[in-house]
Write a protein of this length. Structure first.
Length: 609
């Protein structure tokens, strides 16, 4: 085959060079070259042809050397998973080779083969890793962890600065990876509850670093705006654009004489296109109690109509509206107290911050901004200066208590109203009491759906399930059983439920009785702790049925725990270990390993708070 100038786009010199090259190629080389040249043809169809120089006409282009990016996430509520998926999408659109996985699904021993490692993780409880990061965490801090020379990494940590061990898991990972010899390519960023903006900054910094170091690539960086434009998820309603859902029902589930108020709330999703599955959560953006806002403004002697900025984009609102709908005023943190010192020379405040952590924690617990102003203020500071140091009101997440198959265009919640007295003042939960006292049928709540892949029904509907919950921890099991009823699942189900009193606190009692009669629910054991002189909790009921419970688990049952982490979930965890030791004739170490294996295989899932 000879190129002729008259019937080709090449000039004489180019045609001669091509003919000289082709005459030296064997058949396999010609096939390879034709494939190489054909591959970019579709992408190049809309571009302007570039002139080929004689020097480049005889050269074979070398492939671009791009390091693989591994993104791992440890997530309890789903925030880190959502961020990780978003980052993965951004990097793929920048032509990076990306592997995305939860920390639990990643084989820890493979870490030495990783090139560029990006970890996004939350922190749980008292500085603990989330459930789906525990096995990776344990491996990394064990003697089996390998040297990581040649691995580059960066960490995004999510947390809540009102907790002592703020972003501790991310800090631990960062320090440990450095100790093992990995190279930090971008500084760790620790995010508070309003994590979106710092997370975007980390995204941009990491992507820019990876682009700068990408071999053979020049000028491939995109601005932050471009990245956001390229990868925006076109969801009509989401966390950044919540749906105003109308309240259809708002019922007190507790009977007369109860010490509690638990609201069953039904919301209308028609027109939202929001979808959810059993195990997911619903986010609500709450408002502060207007009486607290008015008291704070009065204490500081401010003008409630003075405009203040409510975000970095320069959006302004009257002070009263800003303190009601945008800024957190009911929770104190050490970082907030440290920022307040710029407004005052109060020695008592300075001394408090410098005191032992336990004394500072004791002061912060149960107090709010009004307490802080009364104890150490007021200060000569403008509303804008003061609101500039405040966090945004964090959204609240509630386990969804309904199946969308059973309740099309609706979502149901089970919310316990929080009320208590601390430091000689009555206090209330921001969102829970808004729902209980200030939300009528016909009102709306700004909501979004938060996926939770770590608390899901088994894929096989024949699989037996064991559900353990106390109080409002019953919510997701109502969704589970409604779903299983709709799909006509044949797997057995066993529910353990605990509350204070049988007569006044047996949440959804009629529904459970119906499900037991119809066979959707196979077994139910209840524990009402205040009905007897000796308190009985769900873990006691589990221990009473230890033999049968162990047989269910040995026969493949999935175990779910939902409720208070500090007490109930820890007690249930300990009860399971006791059951495994007794009924499985295991040592404590073997019981721990057995439970750990259940968790790794997603047969032991927790939704705790």
């Amino acid at each position: 085959m000879q190129f002729q100038v008259m019937n080709s786009p090449f000039n004489e010199e180019q045609a001669e060079l091509l003919n000289r090259l082709l005459s030296t190629l064997n058949e396999s080389q010609k096939v390879w070259l034709s494939g190489y040249l054909a591959a970019p043809s579709s992408a190049a169809a809309a571009t302007v042809e570039k002139e080929v120089s004689p020097e480049s006409a005889t050269a074979v282009a070398a492939p671009i050397n791009t390091r693989e990016v591994t993104i791992l996430y440890g997530s309890h509520t789903g925030n880190c998973q959502e961020l990780a998926e978003n980052l993965s999408q951004k990097l793929k659109q920048q032509d990076f080779d990306v592997t995305l996985s939860s920390l639990d699904d990643f084989k820890p021993k493979s870490i030495k083969k990783v090139e560029d490692l990006l970890i996004l993780t939350s922190t749980h409880g008292d500085g603990d890793p989330p459930d789906n990061a525990m096995s990776f965490y344990d491996f990394l801090f064990s003697k089996r962890a390998p040297k990581l020379d040649g691995v580059r990494y960066s960490i995004l940590a999510l947390g809540d600065s009102s907790y002592e061990y703020f972003c501790q898991t991310g800090k631990d990972f960062d320090q440990r990876l450095e100790e093992l010899g990995a190279e930090r390519i971008h500084p760790r960023i620790d995010c508070d509850v309003d994590y979106e903006e710092p997370a975007d900054e980390w995204f941009t910094g990491v992507i820019n670093q990876l682009n700068e170091q990408k071999s053979g690539q020049q000028g491939n960086q995109a601005s932050t705006g471009d990245l956001q434009e390229q990868t925006a998820v076109h969801t009509e309603f989401s966390k950044s654009n919540p749906f105003e859902a109308e309240i259809l029902e708002n019922i007190d589930l507790n009977g007369r004489g109860s010490n509690k108020e638990t609201r069953h709330i039904e919301l209308d999703l028609e027109g939202s296109n929001l979808e959810y599955e059993p195990g997911d959560s619903l986010g609500i953006f709450p408002e502060n109690d207007s009486s607290l806002v008015d008291t704070l403004i009065e204490e500081m002697q401010w003008d409630p109509q003075e405009n203040v900025a409510v975000n970095k984009q320069g959006e302004y609102r009257p002070l009263r509206e800003a303190l009601t709908s945008y800024f957190e005023i009911t929770n104190l943190t050490k970082p907030l107290l440290e920022k307040v010192t710029q407004f005052t020379n109060n020695e008592k405040l300075t001394q408090l911050i410098a005191e032992d952590q336990e004394e500072l924690k004791a002061y912060i617990h149960g107090r709010d901004l009004i307490d802080l102003v009364r104890d150490f203020g007021p200060w000569q500071v403008s509303p804008q200066e003061f609101t500039g140091i405040l966090r945004k009101i964090p959204f609240r997440l509630y386990s969804i208590a309904s199946s969308s198959k059973a309740n099309p265009d609706e979502v149901h919640l089970t919310i316990g109203a929080v009320r208590y007295n601390a430091h000689n003042r009555d206090r209330t939960g921001v969102c829970s009491v808004q729902c209980a006292e200030r939300s009528e049928i016909g009102d709306t709540l700004p909501i979004f759906v938060q996926r939770n892949s770590n608390f899901k029904l088994p894929e096989n509907p024949d699989t037996p399930i064991i559900m353990i919950g106390a109080g409002t921890g019953i919510a997701p099991y109502r969704a589970f059983l409604q779903e299983r009823e709709e799909i006509e699942a044949t797997g057995e189900s066993w529910l353990f439920f605990g509350e204070q009193h049988f007569e006044s606190d047996f949440l959804y009692q009629v529904e459970w009785q119906r499900m037991l009669q119809e066979g959707t629910l196979t077994k139910m054991d209840v524990a009402f702790s205040r009905d007897n002189t000796e308190k009985v909790y769900v873990q006691h009921r589990m221990l009473e049925k230890s033999d049968e419970l162990y047989q269910w688990i040995k026969n493949g049952a999935h175990v779910y725990v939902c409720g208070d982490e500090k007490y109930m979930a820890k007690d249930v965890h300990a009860a399971l270990l006791t059951i495994f030791e007794k009924e499985g004739n295991m040592t404590p170490e073997e019981a721990e390993e057995f439970l750990s294996e259940l968790r790794k295989t997603k047969r032991y899932q927790r939704d705790v708070y």
